[in-house]
Each structure stands twice: as C-alpha cells, then as structure tokens.
Design a binder for this molecule. Structure first.
Ligand code: IPM
Ligand code: MG
Length: 412
C-alpha cells in the first residue's frame, strides 16, 4: 500500500508544508521565480473559498464527485470549504452569451483555488472563435496568470494492463510534463486570417516567447525536477524555430543555477517517439504551450486512460487552477460512465499545491489507490476480474475509503 501510494504521490510532491517550493528565493531574479501557490492570509484559519467550474459534457458529473470528496475530506481534516459554483465554457455561452463571464473570472480570482471539470461540446464547435468554450478556458488561464501547468503521468501497478504499451515498457512510468501555459503560439501575435499575393485565403499564427517567459517556466521545471529524480529534459524544435532556439539558450543558461539537476535537450519529434519507445527514460519534461499540449496527451496514454490524470496550473500569486486533463467527452456525457478519478486527483493537487493542505491531499490520493485496490473500475480502465462501476458509484467507493482511512494509514 505504502509503495503504491508513493507511486501516485511522488510526482506531485513539489510543495509540502515543510518544503518551501515557490517561496524560496532563487537568485538572481527572485521576483520572477517565486511560485506562490499557497492561499494567502489563511494562517491558522483553514477556511477556504473554492470556485467550482463544472463546465460541459462530463464536467458536472466529475466535479460533483470531487466536491463530495473534498467536503468529506475537509470535515475529517478540520478544514472548512465555502464552494462557489460558476458557469464556464458552453454552459456559460448558453446562460450568458460568453464562454467566460466577468462574474466567473472575478469569483475565481477572489477565491483560494479553482477546480474546473471540462469544457466544450458539439453544440458550440462551429461558433466563432471568441464564442468557443475553449476561448473561455484560455481567457481563464491568462486571467489567473497561471503560466505553469504540471501534468503528471504515472502508470499505477493496478492499471498497468490498461496501457496499450507492453507491460515491461509501461510498468513503473512516472513522469511529469511541465507545460508553459500562457504564451507561445496560443497567444502570439500577429495571428489571424488574410489573403496572400495570389489572393488565396491564409491563416497564420506566431510562436513567440520572451526570455522572461522562458526563464520563469524553466525555473519551475528545475524546481520540480530537483524534488523528483533530478532529471530535466527540455523539449523544443531548435533545429527549425527561432522561438525554440531562444528557449534552448535560456534553459541552458539557467542550468548553472541548478547543478543538482541533470539537464538534457530533445527535439519534439524525437520526444514524441521516445515517449512511446522508452518512457522510463523521462523524469521531468519542460516544454512550450503547444508541444506540452500534445506531449501531455501522449504521456497520458502511457497510463492507459486519460481519465486518471490530474493537472495543476499555477502562477506567481493568486489562486491556482486545477483540472483533469481529459476533455468534456460529450459522447458519454450524462450517462454516468465518466471516470471521476482525474478530477478527484485534481482536487488532491488543489489541496497540496493550492492550499498547502498536504495531509488532506494524501488522504484523497490514498483513497483513490484503495478504491482501485478494491477492484472498482469505470469503463475506460476496466479489465476482466475487476468490478465495472459508473461515475457516481466510483465516487461513493472513494468516499468510503476517504472515511475509513485513519491519519496513520494515510501517511504510512
Ligand atoms: C488542454 C486542452 C486545451 C488546450 C484546449 C481545450 C483549449 O487541450 O488543456 O490540453 O489546448 O490547452
Ligand atoms: Mg490538450
């Protein structure tokens, strides 16, 4: 149990109450480097406001489960949560005509942490860009200033058979993708549509990074790697793209400040291949926004199901944003088939990184492991000999485990 738990816990062991990741002064530019993800002004009080953004598709189902898990955990750990549920994505488009209403962003900014389900669906796919649910998500990330996106991919021993890779390749995979989240081609200008000299329609975007944007994400990644196995692989396309050339130069320069971290560089096409060929060679990966989007989906599949993987997005100050990396899965929405565990584990990341509530986070992680040990599986991770359950039942089983775990069994 302890070893299995360690597997899940270790990749997100960046911030613990006794380690001061994020508050440590990192010379020579401390102002850029401190990731302050602890809720502020709460010393001793242990009462927090959480914004819940259920969103679209399976989002409301999985967030409902995570909310119950958070509530029960809070009561057992002496924490008080005040939940504020706000519309976001397609549901906000239907209710308010925009994917991220001002009230939603203001509420999120004014809270201690934000838990998001998923956004998007067929209904809004053909909307103009500024009216797409995805645009709301990008606005939320920028609005909260959460530039560092941590996406762990861990192959749990219980689920090794769910991986499409051979057991010996998948077994023991334990990596973290640190994705830059508020820059690069997602936001670079110029961008748009136009016509070329032949009067042909064109669409164009700009991959653009400043030195300071690269430095701050690189520092997060070095810190993450330092608290894991001390190996950092920076992924770029420096053989072709100027933005990647600067990326590689800055990351290389910063390496001298982290002599305990072994830095390597890899082109993204090779990284995509190596992730499938030999994923265990990776510990921490740092990369830009678009490569991180793609590689984190790929990494998630090593684990067998994207339905298991949480993420944390954090910035210099203010609330962090915590969300499962899966999408809204409109094909199974409302059918009680979704796997709520990625959102439950995102809630654990919220407790750990967002609020510094380590023990509560560990209780949830341990409960998830215990639920899997008891053989409960949603369809996406089902294998013969296990018990197929729906989203709600999976939530109930996690709650039972949250309740039955004593503090001793949580930390042992
Ligand atoms: C993700 C998603 C988003 C992204 C979409 C929904 C805008 O794919 O979080 O990985 O591209 O960042
Ligand atoms: Mg993605």
């Amino acid at each position: 149990m302890a070893a299995m738990l360690a597997n899940l816990v270790r990749p997100i062991k960046i911030k613990t109450p006794d380690s001061d990741f994020g508050r440590r002064k990192l010379s020579p530019t401390p102002s850029r480097t401190s990731i302050r993800c602890l809720a502020s002004g709460k010393s001793g009080e242990r009462s927090y406001t959480l914004t819940l953004l259920p969103g679209d598709g399976i989002g409301p189902e999985v967030v409902a489960v995570a909310k119950d898990v958070l509530s029960l955990t809070a009561s057992l750990e002496g924490i008080k949560f005040h939940f504020k549920e706000m519309p976001m994505g397609g549901s906000a488009l239907d209710a308010a005509g925009v994917p991220l209403p001002d009230e939603t962003l203001d509420t999120a900014k004014g809270s201690d942490a934000v838990l998001l389900g998923a956004i998007g669906g067929y209904k809004w796919d053909k909307n103009e860009k500024h009216l797409k649910p995805e645009t709301g998500l990008l606005q939320l990330r920028v609005g909260l200033g959460v530039y560092a996106n941590l996406r762990p991919a861990v192959v749990l021993p219980q689920l090794v058979h769910a991986s499409t890779l051979k057991k010996e390749v998948a077994e023991g995979v334990d990596l973290m993708v640190v994705r830059e989240l508020t820059g690069g081609i997602y936001f670079g200008k110029p961008r748009g549509f136009g016509t070329n000299d032949n009067n042909e329609d064109i669409g164009f975007n700009t991959e653009l990074y400043s030195a300071s944007e690269i430095d701050r994400i690189a520092r997060v990644a070095f810190e993450v790697a330092r608290k894991r196995n001390g190996k950092l692989c920076s992924v770029d396309k420096a053989n072709v793209l100027e933005a990647s050339m600067l990326w590689r130069k800055r990351v290389t320069m910063l390496a001298s400040e982290y002599p305990d971290v072994e830095l390597s560089h890899m082109y993204v096409d090779n990284a995509a291949m190596q992730l499938i060929r030999d994923p265990k060679q990776f510990d921490t990966i740092v990369t830009n926004n678009i490569f991180g989007d793609i590689l984190s989906d790929e990494a998630s599949m090593l684990t067998g199901s994207i339905g298991m993987l949480p993420s944390a997005s954090i910035g210099e100050s203010g609330p962090g944003l915590f969300e499962p990396i899966h999408g809204s899965a409109p094909d199974i929405a409302g059918q009680d088939k979704a796997n709520p565990l990625a959102t439950v584990l995102s809630a654990a990341m919220l407790l750990k990184y967002g609020l510094g509530e380590e023990s509560a986070a560990q209780r949830i992680e341990a409960a998830v492991i215990e639920t899997l040990n008891r053989g409960f599986r949603t369809g996406d991770i089902f294998s013969s000999g296990t018990t197929l359950v729906g989203c709600k039942r999976m939530g109930e089983e996690v709650l039972k485990c949250v309740d039955s775990l004593t503090p001793a069994s949580v930390t042992s």
